[in-house]
Design a protein around this ligand. Structure first.
Ligand code: PMV
Length: 325
């Protein structure tokens, strides 16, 4: 058995967000979500199972991680070991290809690449649905990084039915996502913690679940009909509803930095000036702007003038998971 494999997975940006779990261990979400896989940010990961190792060894961006830092990866490898009935420890090498200090390092691309490399190295042969289920055990958003283009993650009725499926491939629609790199705030609430708090304390959580269903239906129609303004409007509203769950939690918290708000206002101004563009934002201060290619240059120059030339990365729809030599 070949016990080595290497894979590449790209990160994704959710247009209909995942914000809450109904099962913490299995990472089963409360709602379906929908994302676009991006070409610019990806993770390469190799996994080698080796009988001689006494513990897992994890090398992240060239640095060996201590056991505490490697715990999430080790826990994930335990899931693979349980599923295959093997006990062998592994050597994991992983490199994140994101602009330096961007705060874009993503658990989505990380766990999707790890799921692909670890399952293949262990001898499992998984199709995309099975791989997506496995990636879910590492990080919810990783469920959606197995496929390229637009992807929907189904909440399912349990572990076997909660996986992602492609909605439209990466070449279906020529779009851009401009990622504005905004500095991390010192105190960051992890997405897991943030979800728990929102679910447990926001009085609007039930409404969120209801609205997500409607948003999802509408955005799938917008994708089908390539209606950019609908797509952007729904994505922007859905993102703000997610952030409203943090502001309405008790205690309240927020992922907005001053520059996040500045970016959102700029996008609204551009729109008021007749340029269709829309923003979305995850559990961190970076803002991503959706724009069609014909308006990319004007939106890009406005954002660069406000944040600096090297602070805006132009991304486009990206591919699904790939195996590397
Ligand atoms: O995959 P996690 O646990 O890091 O959660 C991701 C949550 C959001 O990025 C905010 C939304 C999403 O659907 O990706």
């Amino acid at each position: 058995m070949n016990k080595y494999a290497k894979a590449r997975a790209h990160t994704n940006i959710a247009l209909i967000k995942y914000w809450g779990k109904r099962d913490e261990r299995l990472k089963l979400p409360t709602t379906n979500s929908l994302s676009l896989t991006l070409n610019q940010f990806y993770t390469d990961t190799s996994v080698q199972f080796d009988e001689r190792l006494v513990s897992d060894q994890v090398c992240f961006n060239g640095k060996i991680l201590d056991q505490a830092a490697a715990r999430r990866i080790t826990n994930f490898l335990d899931v693979v070991r349980t599923q295959t009935g093997m006990q062998t420890k592994a050597r994991v090498q992983t490199t994140n290809n994101v602009p330096t200090a961007a705060g874009l390092a993503s658990s989505a691309s990380g766990f999707a690449a790890l799921a692909a490399a670890a399952s293949r190295a262990s001898g499992m042969r998984l199709n995309h649905r099975e791989l997506s289920r496995l990636a879910r055990r590492g990080s919810g958003s990783a469920t959606r990084s197995i496929d390229g283009g637009f992807v929907e993650w189904h909440r399912g009725i349990g572990d076997r039915t909660s996986f992602a499926t492609p909605v439209a491939p990466k070449d279906y629609w020529d779009l851009n996502v401009l990622a504005i790199l905004i500095d991390e705030q010192p105190k960051k609430i992890s997405s897991s913690k943030g979800m728990q708090l929102s679910q447990a304390t926001s009085p609007y959580y039930a409404e969120w679940e209801k609205l997500c269903k409607q948003d999802l239906k509408k955005i799938k129609i917008a994708i089908k009909t390539k209606d950019f303004e609908q797509l952007g409007r729904i994505a922007e509203e859905n993102a703000m509803r997610m952030h409203a769950l943090t502001l309405s939690a008790s205690p309240d918290f927020s992922y907005f930095a001053a520059d996040s708000l500045k970016a959102m206002r700029l996008v609204q101004q551009l729109r008021a000036n007749g340029i269709p563009c829309y923003f979305t934002m995850d559990a961190g201060p970076n803002v991503k702007v959706l724009v069609e290619p014909e308006n990319r240059a004007s939106v890009l120059s406005t954002l660069q003038a406000a944040f600096g030339n090297d602070k805006v990365v132009v991304a486009a729809p990206g591919p699904g998971v790939q195996y590397l030599k």
